[in-house]
Design a protein around this ligand. Structure first.
Ligand SMILES: [Fe+2]
Length: 146
């Protein structure tokens, strides 16, 4: 049953910043392609393609997320950036070491859980909380101006 082990998007993974939520969902889609794969003669190539697509899109997503953090003056940017670097490194390690499909699937489940779920819930959520606080402060300032 290849579909059983997919990573599922849950409503509480939304952090409320639309473009980030959309990019997170796209990452889920890419990683789930791994779980649709069946053993075949060109399986290595297929795995490779998905892993590279995942890594490339993760890099794009992290860059966009960091630009957003910068734009709102998010104070945790440096720490968050370091976590992103570590994630990219673990992805690069998986890609460089060729392994059997079953092993890759297991490894990617661990990474996907760390990147897509734990990271979203623990770190990305903080960006959203900060962004909302900034919004509230701006509203208070504009009320003062009246
Ligand atoms: Fe992040």
């Amino acid at each position: 049953m290849p579909h059983q082990k997919k990573v599922h998007w849950e409503d509480n993974y939304s952090i409320g910043i639309d473009f980030i939520d959309t990019q997170h969902q796209k990452l889920f889609e890419i990683v789930n392609k791994l779980y649709d794969l069946e053993e075949s003669p060109n399986i290595k190539e297929e795995i490779r393609e998905i892993l590279y697509a995942f890594k490339d899109y993760t890099i794009v997503h992290f860059r966009d997320e960091e630009e957003y953090m910068k734009s709102i003056g998010y104070p945790g940017l440096q720490k968050h950036h370091e976590i992103h670097e570590q994630i990219i490194e673990s992805l690069a390690t998986i890609i460089q070491k060729p392994a059997k499909l079953s092993i890759i699937k297991t490894k990617m489940r661990v990474v996907a859980k760390r990147i897509l779920i734990d990271h979203i819930i623990n770190e990305d959520q903080k960006i959203a909380v900060y962004a909302r606080e900034q919004d509230t402060q701006e509203e208070i300032f504009s009320l003062d101006e009246l």
